[in-house]
Design a protein around this ligand. Structure first.
Ligand code: ZN
Length: 407
């Protein structure tokens, strides 16, 4: 395609302002997608398309070298009470040297920078630059899981995620899993407890098992410890004059990259086992044996109409700090203040890198301007001096990591 708009930092910020003005909750990214497609076409991308879920993929063709994927995401978290914002959440206001609003740094500002950087590198890249902005990142990454699916998905050689790092190179994060432990009994009227088997009796042995599990969490040198905690108990039926026949204990588990769905469920079952067997022995029954452990799920619906019951798992990942791509990235970016290579560290939150690297095994790093502490808050902002620096560093970063991946 011929470009009708040229890539620049200023153009990227104007584009980011437009993006902030288009709200895009998960499942409602359609209008934003059209704006992103329009920008890629105007910038002369060689290929622009959307997939079944409505994620955007643009390609700027390069040489035969490694294919790098730049990725932000299209969705945002809710804005909360607009009255609590100093600047309107969907205004795209520039003031005090910052771009303000929902998505300014998570992630429409960096999305716009990446989108322009790829066009600016036309003719200079040793391999294709794939710019992939998926839907549904904020609810576990369905969009990226689908984009990189083993049958027919994208196969880049390396990935740069545009979640804010404040100019550092990010190399991983813990993941998150939501697990449900479901115990059953026999419902009955509260006036006749002898005829019922109260499902709530199972909560005590279940929580004792969870406490054992929590005490046995592994730690990673870089990512820190995994942690698991019970965050909810729900009894059904909910009427307070009925003995419930079902109880669900929900766990929030911050996991290390080695964990899989199967291993997580098995570890919960192992931890509960002794406590439930003791409960059964004391009760003279077999109720503990009927306790079921499963991944929590949520029905998700893309704006294109596709629906899927998704397990609530955001995988973690970790790159070796000495990986040639990490070293090349840190060297190319450097420090904004001071000298030497960029700092290399994990993120505190989960990203789509859990899918690209943790699950699909593609080397993945993160780089973007913006302070993580502003993410998901009503003071969200992107410092424009830092963003300008980040844009220029991206122009060095992409060729450097492509070269490192090809070496
Ligand atoms: Zn984000």
């Amino acid at each position: 395609m011929t470009a009708s708009r040229s890539a620049s930092f200023e153009g990227a910020i104007e584009f980011a302002q437009d993006l902030i003005r288009i709200p895009s909750l998960p499942g409602e990214e359609g209008e934003l997608t059209r704006r992103v497609v329009d920008e890629m076409e105007s910038l002369g991308y060689d290929e622009v398309r959307t997939d079944e879920l409505g994620s955007v993929v643009g390609v700027v063709r390069g040489g035969t070298g490694p294919r790098v994927m730049l990725s932000a995401h299209l969705d945002m978290v809710a804005e909360g009470d607009p009255a609590e914002w100093e600047y309107p959440p969907f205004g795209g206001v520039i003031a005090d040297g910052c771009l303000h609003g929902r998505g300014a740094m998570d992630i429409k500002g960096p999305l716009a920078l990446q989108t322009h950087v790829a066009a600016a590198l036309r003719g200079q890249a040793s391999g294709d630059i794939i710019v992939a902005h998926p839907v549904y990142e904020e609810r576990g990454g369905w969009g990226m899981d689908h984009l990189t699916r083993p049958d027919g998905g994208l196969r880049p050689d390396l990935v740069i995620i545009g979640e804010s790092t404040q100019g550092d190179i990010a190399i991983g994060h813990r993941g998150r899993a939501e697990i449900e432990i479901v115990g059953t009994g026999l419902a009955g009227h509260a006036s006749a407890p002898d005829r019922a088997r109260n499902a709530l009796d199972l909560v005590s042995p279940i929580l004792a098992g969870v406490a054992d599990l929590a005490a046995r969490q592994d730690s990673d040198e870089v990512l820190g410890p995994a942690s698991v905690v019970a965050t909810g108990v729900e009894a059904v039926p909910a009427s307070l004059n009925v003995i419930p026949d079902r109880v669900t204990v929900t766990l929030d588990w911050r996991i290390l990259p080695v964990d899989t769905e199967e291993s997580l469920v098995a570890r919960v079952e192992d931890a509960l086992g002794p406590h439930l067997r003791r409960f059964d022995a004391e009760e003279g029954g077999e109720r503990g044996a009927g306790v079921e452990v499963r991944m929590a799920t949520q029905l998700q619906r893309a704006y294109t109409g596709v629906e899927e019951e998704r397990r609530l798992l955001s995988p973690g990942f970790l790159m070796d700090p000495g990986h040639p791509i990490v070293t090349a990235a840190a060297g190319a970016v450097g420090r904004r203040t001071g000298t030497g290579p960029a700092r290399v560290r994990p993120w505190v939150f989960a990203t789509d890198g859990g899918w690209t690297c943790g699950v699909r095994g593609v080397p993945t790093i993160g780089f973007a301007p913006g302070e993580e502490r502003y993410a998901h808050t009503n003071t969200e902002r992107l410092d424009l001096d830092e963003a300008r620096w980040g844009y220029s560093k991206y122009l060095d970063l992409v060729p450097a990591v492509q070269q490192a991946a090809g070496a």
